[in-house]
Write a protein that binds this ligand. Structure first.
Ligand SMILES: *Cc1c(COP(=O)(O)O)cnc(C)c1O
Length: 401
């Protein structure tokens, strides 16, 4: 399709690879192919670009280079943190606490750990999607070894009270992991100030390439190796380093942190404009997630009487890329676990739309998007028997009085 005409509003799924990241990768895909473990100069060059990226990432989090381990992405970092974290602390207990709104990288790993003899408490969230701190604190037991709560939710954008949770965990000597894939590179994160022991991030959510991410592991945390083999990543994540992707991630991180406030401010302005306009122009809609405590780029709405999937397909025909609140699992459309956790009934959750903005989006694109949603929603509602009943009900003597 013609990319120039397209409106891309799915930055929570992935971002456009920044030209700076592409440029930074090119040499390592061609002339500079040396293995970073080799002692000759060609290998030395690869080693250098890896340590440069590692230092940039460490600085960006207020950590140290020895605390950064490159992985194949956010999913691997989540798996490693939870599985190795649980194994390392199993001698103290077998209880883990997480939230009901985690990414599947965390949730499905917790389910795996349950099969391996661990017990997991899934803490609920309030109507805005914020983890209930009292419930979390009450869930802590003498045998709790690990708490994992995401920094920001990928569907509804809500920001979690990470500092408070970190403090609760630190005071009790419980390992604390946060999946910061949606937040890292978009919001400032200080691992020291927030008492974070383990943090996952991913390159392709901040303008870097796909297939690269990292796990931050606080110094002194006893975490076993995830991949066994060579001595790469301090012997904890074996396998020849993905030098081009690491170089690209480094460039994306440098770009993200060079003007984080400016970029977040611009995106936030567009976000608020879009939210306001949708609420003004389209009846029977509901903003999901907290109005203020949300990612600068996240917009998530439920539209009554329609199917999110139909809306998505019709938006795609108009060149707009967005995402719904349903996950297509084995042919059946299940409403998202996040929307159910904030208390939405199934039929409302089904009519959900996620729009996640980027710094390249324009106000004009927001206008075109609202116009498109408005037309499609009206069209879908005209075909909906539920909507017809609703309108008839409104015209009844009771509603008219
Ligand atoms: C995208 C995402 C992941 C997975 O990261 P990958 O690098 O694609 O494996 C994990 N957690 C959250 C919150 C995400 O948004």
């Amino acid at each position: 399709m013609d990319k120039k005409e397209m409106i891309y509003l799915d930055n929570a799924a992935t971002t456009r690879t920044l030209p700076q990241a592409v440029q930074a990768m090119l040499p390592w895909l061609s002339d500079n192919y040396g293995n970073a473990s080799s002692i000759y100069r060609l290998g030395e060059e690869s080693r250098k670009v890896i340590s440069q990226a590692r230092r940039q990432i460490a600085d960006s989090l207020h950590g140290e280079p020895s605390e950064i381990y490159f992985t194949s992405g956010g999913t691997e970092a989540d798996n490693w943190a939870l599985i190795a974290g649980a194994e390392a602390c199993a001698f103290k207990g077998k209880h883990i606490i997480t939230s009901k709104i985690e990414h599947h990288g965390v949730l499905h790993t917790c389910e795996y750990l349950e099969k391996r003899g661990f017990q997991v408490t899934y803490v609920g969230v309030d109507g805005n999607g914020i983890v209930n701190l009292q419930e979390l604190e009450a869930a802590i037991r003498p045998d709790t070894i690990l708490i994992s709560v995401m920094f920001a939710n990928n569907e509804i954008g809500t920001l979690q009270p990470i500092g408070e949770i970190g403090k609760l965990a630190r005071e009790r000597g419980i390992l604390f992991h946060t999946d910061a894939v949606q937040a890292y590179g978009h919001l400032p994160i200080d691992v020291e100030a927030l008492s974070i022991d383990l943090l996952s991030a991913s390159g392709h959510k901040l303008g870097g390439p796909k297939g690269i991410g990292f796990l931050y592991v606080k110094k002194g945390t006893k975490l076993g190796a995830f991949l066994h083999g060579g001595a790469q990543e301090q012997g904890k994540r074996a396998g020849t380093e993905n030098v081009p992707a690491i170089a690209g991630l480094g460039a994306a991180v440098a770009h993200a942190f060079s003007d984080m406030e400016g970029q977040a401010g611009k995106v936030e302005g567009l976000r608020d404009y879009l939210i306001e306009k949708i609420e003004k122009e389209i009846p029977y809609c509901r903003l999901n997630g907290h109005r203020e405590k949300r990612l600068p780029n996240n917009v998530n709405f439920s539209f009554q009487f329609i199917e999110g999937e139909s809306l998505l397909i019709m938006l795609d025909m108009k060149g707009i890329c967005a995402s719904s609140g349903s996950a297509c699992t084995s042919g059946a459309l299940d409403p998202s676990h996040v929307l159910l956790a904030i208390g939405l009934p199934h039929e409302i959750a089904h009519g959900s739309l996620r729009l996640t903005l980027g710094v390249d989006n324009t106000k004009e694109e927001m206008d075109r998007t609202v116009q498109a949603i408005k037309e499609i929603v009206e069209k879908l509602r005209r075909m909906s028997p539920l909507y017809e009943d609703f309108v008839k009900g409104q015209g009844s003597p009771k509603a008219a009085s």
